[in-house]
Design a protein around this ligand. Structure first.
Ligand SMILES: Nc1nc2c(ncn2[C@@H]2O[C@H](COP(=O)(O)OP(=O)(O)OP(=O)(O)O)[C@@H](O)[C@H]2O)c(=O)[nH]1
Ligand SMILES: [Mg+2]
Length: 422
């Protein structure tokens, strides 16, 4: 069966939950005649949130399941019961995901670290129940507001793999063999060109230091890759953010190639992609040093290029330790913090932020909002109690929220639901 394990671009259809409707209800109870209106508010719809997860490597899960819809808010009910809030939908994405609106091509956000998130579709607001319209001269209100619709978008996700080191080299130079030596990744190795068809990420782990860094092996580059020859040069975007580029050169000159020509061709291809890539730190690896004649070619290469490559034999696993220690010195990996499960760690914080979002001013951090006493926050946002919401002035209320058009009038309601008996 043909399987697909790596996807670096995909479409996604997101829809946040609608807000629940406000309720129209009147208190009916023994010994409480004409108990008055008691219709509660609707709950808010769930948001769709993309969250960075370092354990996710590609967009394949979204590619096969592109429609992600969050839960709707529940409707309000009698006895002033507030409808349930729709649950937020968290979609884990790999680090390095760029999120674009497909229609406008506008970049909505970019996720580059573990736990970082972007709310891509906001849930609708819950409607108001009829309890908000009660006045001494309007004791039987039938007004309410429906919940607003959740946002809906078509997105384009593009992945630029976030690996600290990236391998570049001609096909069959031994990039995948080298990745096998220094990480536990198991990319396919073959004695034919273009064995690797998509980027492979491996992790170099230092268990005693609790650190690690990631290395990307991308498909081979050849002359004129920027014109689309071979597999093209679009894979270079996966190493665009690498701190260090590792040039893997076949020093044995298999197929009659000259190592120095390979090196110059690689530099040219990088320049055609982005001249900035030439300023990146680079390590040159002279691979296949076990093959006869490699030593002479290396001497020639050194002379012509002025570089000092690291001598390696990937098949015999020689010289790889030196490469790893050089990479470590440049990358300086930091120990990771605990509590890596993004969904559980951040869910609470995000909820706080989305609830407090309307009171967030410039310079006020989400943390400060989260630390404010709940009551104070609730009164400001009008979330915990319904006091914050008042009908518009035209309808006898004190506030501006909601507007007159939002309100379903008594007349409209009766027309629509003449069968209802209140
Ligand atoms: N003798 C020798 N052969 C090597 C060495 N490294 C790789 N090879 C061989 O070279 C061939 C290609 O190796 P790969 O690791 O698949 O090369 P690659 O650069 O990943 O190639 P693509 O994926 O096609 O771009 C395989 O047959 C390897 O066994 C080495 O150090 N010494
Ligand atoms: Mg390969």
């Amino acid at each position: 069966m043909k399987t697909r394990q790596f996807v670096d671009t995909c479409r996604m259809h997101v829809r946040a939950g609608n807000g629940g409707n406000g309720s129209v209800s009147f208190r009916r109870e023994k010994f409480v005649p004409k108990g008055g209106p008691d219709g509660g508010d609707g709950g808010r719809g769930g948001n769709v949130i993309l969250i960075g997860d370092e354990d996710v490597d590609s967009l394949v899960a979204i590619f096969f399941d592109p429609q992600r819809f969050a839960e709707h808010g529940g409707s309000g009910q009698g006895r002033r019961k507030h409808g349930a809030d729709g649950a937020d939908l968290f979609v884990p994405v790999p680090l390095g995901t760029v999120i674009k609106n497909e229609e406008t091509d506008e970049v909505i956000g970019e996720i580059t670290s573990h736990g970082e998130y972007v709310i891509v579709a906001k849930g609708g607001k819950g409607g108001l129940g009829n309890v908000h319209w009660k006045r001494p001269d309007h004791q039987v209100p039938y007004e309410y507001t429906p919940g607003t619709e959740g946002e809906e978008f078509y997105l384009r996700l593009d992945l630029k793999v976030m690996a600290e080191a990236g391998f570049v080299g001609f096909p069959s130079a031994g990039k995948s063999s080298l990745l096998r030596c220094i990480t536990s990744a198991k990319p396919k190795v073959g004695a034919y060109h273009f064995t690797t068809l998509n980027p492979i990420i491996g992790t170099v782990v230092f268990p005693e230091k609790f650190t690690s860094f990631r290395v990307a092996d991308i498909p081979g580059l050849i002359e004129n890759a920027h014109l689309g020859v071979g597999l093209g040069h679009s894979f270079l975007r996966h190493i665009e953010r690498s701190k260090v580029l590792v040039f893997v050169i076949d020093m044995a000159g298999t197929d009659g190639r000259e190592p120095i020509d390979d090196y110059n061709a690689l530099l040219h291809e990088l320049e055609m992609r982005d001249p900035e890539l030439l300023k990146r730190k680079r390590i040159i690896v002279a691979n296949k040093m076990d093959i006869e004649g490699a030593k002479e070619k290396l001497a020639e290469f050194r002379e012509k290029s002025g570089e000092k490559p690291i001598e390696i034999s990937a098949t015999e696993n020689k010289g790889t330790k030196l490469l790893v220690s050089r990479l470590e010195r440049i990358i300086k990996p930091q120990p990771k913090t605990t509590g890596r499960n993004v969904a559980t760690v951040t869910h609470k914080q995000i909820k706080m932020q989305t609830l407090g979002a309307r009171t967030l001013k410039a310079g006020v951090t989400a943390k400060a909002v989260a630390e404010k006493p709940v009551k104070e926050r609730a009164q400001k946002t009008g979330r915990e109690s319904s006091k914050g919401y008042t009908p518009p002035r035209e309808l006898g209320g004190r506030g501006e929220n909601p507007t007159a058009e939002d309100v379903i009038s008594e007349e409209k309601l009766k027309k629509a639901s003449s069968f209802l008996k209140f």
